[in-house]
Design a protein around this ligand. Structure first.
Ligand SMILES: C[S@@+](CC[C@H](N)C(=O)[O-])C[C@H]1O[C@@H](n2cnc3c(N)ncnc32)[C@H](O)[C@@H]1O
Length: 278
């Protein structure tokens, strides 16, 4: 057997080709994420913790467990998503928001960060929007959603390691962030004023989205389409755009494309779109 046990704790377990195919299929079915052929190491490194937790020494037994146990399936999903993100990532979108969209805004804004990871995209939006709308007494709200409930929990807590503050402009840091003390001195938190602008939901973008989510003026769907195959990208964009208001704005990540994916929106600058006038 390809395992190494030390005091009954599995240190390492090698995934077989059959096991890898089964995980690849269930990950695709539940999240839309398409694992490439050579991602065996990635699965091993991300799932070994779950095997250890259940004192299992092979991936077939763990696979049987996730088939039976919905909670464990969610924990597996939490492990396999890639959640890399940063404040003010792809700043040209926030620049466009500041220069083009917000000066024209005349009423309440609803904005959706549709694969929000740990929430820093949504808090970036909140800072930028608040700067322009609060002096004009215009309300706004932001929905942050993700498939991974661990990252949503962190988004709700809004406590981050100091390294995440690097890209936040100094005046925003002073206005919207609180430096940690004592045990928390390597961390900072988003203040309550900004936190109350956000709500959170677990939404799987590869399945039809509940109409209760409502319609938005602006949707950010950034750096998530890259994990999907063409048909899944088409479905995701279709489901998401059903929630964009007429003339609403739609932002995708720098390595994503809508070419051959959707013609429901027109490009206003690279990776930024608007619904066709209706
Ligand atoms: C790389 S992060 C992007 C975060 C942020 N949008 C940004 O650009 O910085 C991708 C996120 O997509 C989420 N994700 C992956 N598949 C998903 C799905 N089917 N439905 C909703 N979210 C998904 C992951 O959990 C992860 O947090």
């Amino acid at each position: 057997m390809n395992t190494h046990k030390d005091n009954n704790i599995v240190q390492h377990a090698k995934i077989t080709e059959n096991e890898f195919i089964k995980f690849k299929e269930i990950i695709y079915k539940t999240t839309g994420i398409e694992l490439k052929e050579n991602k065996h190491n990635l699965i091993e490194s991300r799932l070994i913790k779950r095997l250890r937790h259940h004192k299992l020494d092979n991936y077939s037994d763990y696979y049987q467990l996730i088939l039976k146990d919905k909670k464990e399936l969610q924990l597996m999903i939490n492990q396999v998503t890639t959640n890399e993100t940063s404040f003010f990532r792809e700043n040209k979108h926030f620049d466009y928001l500041t220069r083009k969209i917000l000066p024209q805004t005349k009423e309440r804004l609803r904005i959706w960060s549709a694969a929000s990871s740990i929430g820093v995209e949504a808090y970036t939006i909140a800072m930028v929007v608040n700067e322009q709308l609060s002096p004009r007494h215009l309300p706004f709200e932001i929905l942050a959603s993700d498939i991974n409930i661990d990252v949503l929990k962190q988004a709700k807590e809004a406590v981050y390691e100091i390294r995440f503050s690097e890209n936040i402009p100094k005046n925003y840091l002073h206005k919207y962030c609180l430096k940690g003390h004592g045990d928390m001195q390597n961390k900072f938190a988003i203040n309550d004023y900004l936190k109350q602008k956000l709500s959170f939901a677990q939404i799987n973008l590869t399945k039809p989205i509940s109409p209760q989510v409502g319609k938005f003026d602006i949707i950010f769907l950034r750096n998530v389409l890259i994990y999907f195959d063409i048909q899944t990208k088409k479905n995701v964009v279709k489901y998401v755009l059903q929630h964009l208001k007429p003339n609403g704005y739609f932002f995708i990540g720098h390595s994503d494309t809508l070419f051959n994916i959707s013609d429901e929106v027109v490009q206003v600058m690279p990776t930024a779109y608007q619904t066709v006038f209706q």
